[in-house]
Design a protein around this ligand. Structure first.
Ligand code: FES
Length: 159
C-alpha cells in the first residue's frame, strides 16, 4: 500500500489524519518531527518529491532519526541512523543489512538483505498544500514501538 498521496483539493483530509505542517515549510526544512495525536513522536521527511513518515526514534536503541542522512542502498532509499548507522527504508521501514555469502571466500561477497519491517511507518496525505499524517495502527508489534512507550519516555526524563 502506498504511504504517500496527494488528494484533490475538493476532498477533505482522511478522517483520522493529523495536520503536521505546511507543505512548503516541510520541504524547506527537509524534515520535521511532531508529536502526533498526543501519543506518537513522528518524523516526516521530504525526499525527491515525496513525503514519508515514520516513528522518530530508531528501532535499534532509540537513535535520533531526524539527524540521519538519506542514502540509497541496493536501489532503496534509506535513512541512516546517526547512532550506529542502521539503514531503514523510508517507504516500508525495513531494516537493511549486508550479509556475507561465505565468510571463508575472500574477497568477501556481500548482498543487501532485509530484516523485515522494524520501524513503524505512517501514511502521509497532502491536501491543499497541508500535510497530514495518519498513524499506522496495525496490531502487530514493530520494534520501534518500544521507543514510543511511557516506560521509555519516563526513562528519558530520569536520565
Ligand atoms: Fe539507531 Fe543504533 S540506535 S542504529
Amino acid at each position: 500500500e502506498k504511504t504517500w498521496q496527494i488528494s484533490s483539493s475538493s476532498v477533505p483530509p482522511p478522517p483520522s489524519s493529523h495536520f503536521v505542517g505546511k507543505r512548503d515549510d516541510i520541504i524547506r526544512r527537509g524534515r520535521v518531527t511532531k508529536l502526533v495525536n498526543g501519543c506518537r513522536d513522528v518524523l516526516v521527511v521530504y525526499h525527491h518529491g515525496e513525503f514519508h513518515a515514520m516513528d522518530m526514534r530508531c528501532y535499534h536503541a532509540g537513535g535520533a532519526l531526524e539527524l540521519g542522512d538519506i542514502e540509497e542502498f541496493n536501489g532503496r532509499v534509506c535513512i541512516v541512523c546517526p547512532w550506529h548507522k542502521y539503514k531503514i527504508t523510508l517507504v516500508e521501514g525495513e531494516g537493511l543489512y549486508q550479509a556475507v555469502d561465505n565468510p571463508t571466500v575472500k574477497p568477501l561477497i556481500t548482498h543487501w538483505r532485509s530484516k523485515g519491517v522494524k520501524q513503524r511507518v505512517h501514511k502521509v496525505t497532502e491536501v491543499n498544500e497541508d500535510i497530514y499524517v495518519t498513524l499506522n495502527d496495525s496490531r502487530e508489534t514493530i520494534e520501534s514501538d518500544y521507543y514510543q512507550t511511557d516506560t521509555y519516555r519516563s526513562n528519558l526524563r530520569i536520565q
